[in-house]
Write a protein that binds this ligand. Structure first.
Ligand SMILES: *[C@@H]1O[C@H](CO)[C@@H](O)[C@H](O)[C@H]1NC(C)=O
Ligand SMILES: *[C@@H]1O[C@H](CO)[C@@H](O)[C@H](O)[C@H]1NC(C)=O
Ligand SMILES: *[C@@H]1O[C@H](CO)[C@@H](O)[C@H](O)[C@H]1NC(C)=O
Ligand SMILES: *[C@@H]1O[C@H](CO)[C@@H](O)[C@H](O)[C@H]1NC(C)=O
Ligand SMILES: *[C@@H]1O[C@H](CO)[C@@H](O)[C@H](O)[C@H]1NC(C)=O
Ligand SMILES: [Cu+2]
Length: 404
């Protein structure tokens, strides 16, 4: 597969300005396999070392969970996954309504926790680790509370960048994550600058949706919480994410349809094979890696993390706070975790336990640097608070999984 996301005409000028591998898709796939293999080799060595001392390893190459690309899973396996998500959406919430009055399900426990901690877990030292623990805990809830026997799928953005709206994730079939939103003719999202007059405004081309999701497993889904960010921050020139808050604010009960605005603009611009290949190969420190992944704030570059979020778009997908209210969120963040996992595996000595950033978003308000002994928690969504050092590897601490 060569330059599958590059329009033919763009290739020539593109090649003239870059020195990276010409076949980024194949190079990236090879690199990712090599990295995943590194993890397994290391695991086998550890298992053997433990066995010598008469200790039985708990996570081994034989019992390790394998997370797969959604589009590569058998159609029925995909439906088993979305059935489990629908189950979580029917289970009673654990969060007291005194804290999050709008929570109506176990699924909402996760959304509410993310809203509550948004200011701590993005553009911060806990970003990657917190979301790793979050997605894993969601996977555990699906398995332990909804009888799911598979593992968390991920979304390989670059592979579907040419036409995400017709990809297995969003084609609207019963084996998808639900269809695109109903088409509403609009001019796209305008993201205001973080600091007016200093940073650029970001203009996104509209996707092919904008309205309510009407096909696939989540056609009848009700979004209960939010919006928080979209209400005050993001302006859409139309109606689609211009969603009013309920009377009790972003944590109040505000039932509405799931809206999406899936289209190729963001994936082609921020998540193409070249971008991901560069991220995985050129970024050597955790600071460089995180900055590139999240997009340096104020540069007008959303980064692959932002690019994936705004490819889903809509409500709550386009809302930094409430985005886990769209079930596609977890596949997007599994991919973020996949990149981090495999980037770590390319040089575990320097990368496995490397952190960068403080305990608040963009260090606002100012806070201490995140350290390996800091605790993170998932509120009422799941589990006990856990130390950062226990979530830095996907084959240590509570985890035992890898991506293929
Ligand atoms: C959307 O609206 C614009 C401006 O009114 C119009 O030119 C365009 O053809 C419309 N697109 C579609 C797909 O309806
Ligand atoms: C919104 O749409 C109108 C008419 O389609 C256009 O004139 C205006 O520039 C748009 N505003 C933004 C912020 O995109
Ligand atoms: C691929 O991504 C890079 C980096 O984000 C960007 O500069 C380039 O324009 C993208 N390619 C296309 C064809 O959009
Ligand atoms: C926090 O981290 C930054 C970047 O690594 C470093 O320059 C700074 O000295 C650290 N601050 C403290 C108090 O350790
Ligand atoms: C929200 O976070 C605060 C601390 O940051 C915590 O005390 C509170 O319990 C959290 N609420 C929920 C519903 O998780
Ligand atoms: Cu998040």
């Amino acid at each position: 597969m060569k330059f599958s996301v590059l329009p033919a005409l763009a290739v020539a000028s593109y090649l003239a300005t870059t020195v990276i591998a010409q076949d980024d898709a194949a190079s990236l796939d090879a690199l990712m396999s090599e990295a995943a293999n590194n993890v397994l080799v290391q695991l086998e060595a550890e298992e053997a070392a433990l066995a010598k001392r008469g200790v039985k390893a708990t996570c081994t190459v034989n019992n390790i969970a394998i997370r797969q690309e959604f589009g590569s899973m058998a159609p029925l396996a995909r439906k088993v996954y979305t059935d489990a998500v629908l189950c979580l959406q029917k289970k009673t919430n654990l969060t007291p309504l005194s804290l999050i009055p709008g929570a109506r399900s176990r699924f909402d426990d996760f959304v509410g926790t993310h809203i509550n901690q948004t200011g701590l877990i993005h553009f911060s030292g806990t970003f990657l680790g917190w979301h790793r623990y979050y997605v894993w805990s969601y996977e555990q809830a699906l398995r332990n509370e909804c009888g799911y026997t598979g593992y968390q799928p991920y979304w390989d953005w670059s592979k579907w960048a040419a036409s995400p709206q017709t990809s297995p994730m969003f084609d609207g079939s019963e084996y998808s994550m639900g269809g695109n939103g109903e088409f509403i003719n609009h001019t796209g999202l305008v993201i205001p600058p973080p600091v007016a007059g200093v940073n650029p405004t970001i203009y996104l081309d509209p996707g092919f949706g904008g309205g309510c999701v009407q096909t696939g497993p989540f056609a009848d889904m009700t979004v209960n919480l939010g919006p928080v960010g979209a209400a005050g921050g993001l302006i859409i020139n139309g109606t689609e994410t211009d969603v009013p808050q309920g009377p009790n604010g972003g944590l109040g009960y505000n039932p509405r349809c799931l809206k999406r605005d899936v289209g190729p603009f963001c994936l082609q611009k921020y998540n193409n094979y070249t971008r991901i290949f560069n991220l995985m190969t050129l970024r050597k420190t955790i600071k460089e890696f995180q900055d590139d992944l999240e997009g340096p704030v104020g540069t007008g570059d959303l980064g692959p993390h932002g690019g994936g979020h705004f490819t889903i778009g809509g409500d709550p997908g386009g809302d930094l706070f409430t985005s886990p209210g769209d079930p596609a969120f977890y596949l997007h963040h599994a991919q973020v975790d996949r990149l981090w996992t495999l980037w770590q595996a390319l040089d575990p000595k320097t990368r496995q336990y490397a952190l960068d950033g403080t305990n608040t978003m963009l260090n606002n308000p100012p806070s201490a640097n995140t350290t390996l002994t800091d605790y993170i928690n998932l509120g009422y969504a799941a589990g006990a608070p856990i130390q950062m050092q226990n979530i830095m590897s996907t084959v240590a601490g509570p985890f035992c999984y890898i991506y293929i």
